[in-house]
Design a binder for this molecule. Structure first.
Ligand SMILES: [Zn+2]
Length: 302
């Protein structure tokens, strides 16, 4: 379906290949719930980390879409994205609120970006999380590995309460891939959900590599979803192959699975991320849900 996925990044041929894929499905475009836009100096630091193949990555990680912010936004628009996100996340205290201010401005300047906010276990977190909801945040990002905090930290109790009440989904990187963190893995998320059974979590990367355990949680809890970010790609399959025996559950949970890419910080082209979903061969209805319709419903994108 997407036979041109080796087209050069930022090329017209690449954009044509991406557009052909969703047009063939009869979709009005794509929605990508997991893209990274962040303040320049934070993005520069992230890229330097990826360039160093640091221990949180575990391997070489060339960034395909390194470019100025405007060019990155324009690239997504040429792909036909109807909505994307600006996944921001703090790795230390007293950073989240500043990131949230940036996220508010970025969303105001880019109406196709889902207004994204974040949080960290610290005094005042519940208050600034409530303020972010009030300011119109439509999605939150929590990075358990990079943030190196427990989702059960008592300083987050109020945060989860605010988010649960507001029903604003949280894209949460809580699986132990690409390298485990002190607090990653399904156990703490299971405990969190036992306390907040309606919490809207979007488990990033299909929960890589704890796919089975996170699928269990998506089956058990009504508002637990998964994003496909980097999953099923050649890159992920090498180190953390998705168990073929679980594909039936991926099909059955189709309305809880959302396409995500990790753009721009991916070591392959965007079309490959899409093709990785297509080649699962779970049917065009499944694909339409994952690539667009599920997120359109969740985020009320007409
Ligand atoms: Zn990401």
């Amino acid at each position: 379906m997407c036979d041109d996925h080796d087209a050069a990044p930022f090329s017209a041929a690449e954009a044509d290949a991406v557009r052909a894929l969703w047009q063939d499905l009869g979709l009005p475009g794509l929605i990508d719930v997991h893209t990274h836009f962040m303040p320049r100096r934070v993005m520069d630091k992230v890229w330097a980390y990826f360039d160093s193949a640091g221990p949180m990555l575990g391997r070489e990680w060339p960034i395909t879409y390194r470019a100025e912010e405007d060019e990155r936004v324009e690239t997504l628009r040429r792909f036909g994205l109807r909505a994307f996100s600006s996944m921001i996340y703090p790795h230390k205290p007293q950073m989240a609120q500043w990131l949230n201010e940036w996220g508010t401005q970025f969303a105001a300047a880019h109406p196709d970006c889902l207004h994204t906010a974040t949080f960290y276990p610290e005094d005042g977190a519940a208050e600034y999380t409530a303020a972010a909801v009030e300011a119109g945040a439509r999605v939150f990002k929590s990075h358990i590995q990079v943030g190196a905090y427990s989702p059960l930290d008592p300083l987050l109790d109020g945060v989860w309460g605010v988010i649960d009440d507001a029903g604003v989904p949280v894209v949460i990187h809580c699986g132990s891939g690409p390298a485990p963190g002190e607090f990653t893995g399904p156990g703490r998320i299971e405990t969190l959900l036992a306390r907040f059974p309606t919490l809207p979590l979007i488990v990033a990367h299909m929960g890589t590599p704890e796919y089975t355990e996170f699928l269990d949680l998506a089956e058990r809890y009504p508002n637990v979803r998964l994003d496909t970010t980097m999953s099923f790609t050649d890159f992920s399959e090498r180190d953390a192959p998705f168990p073929p025996a679980e594909l039936g559950r991926v099909r059955d949970l189709g309305d809880k699975i959302l396409f995500g890419s990790d753009f721009p910080n991916i070591p392959y082209g965007y079309a490959h991320a899409l093709d990785a979903c297509v080649r699962l061969d779970l049917g065009d209805d499944w694909l339409r849900g994952v690539l667009h319709d599920n997120a359109a419903a969740l985020f009320d994108i007409a």
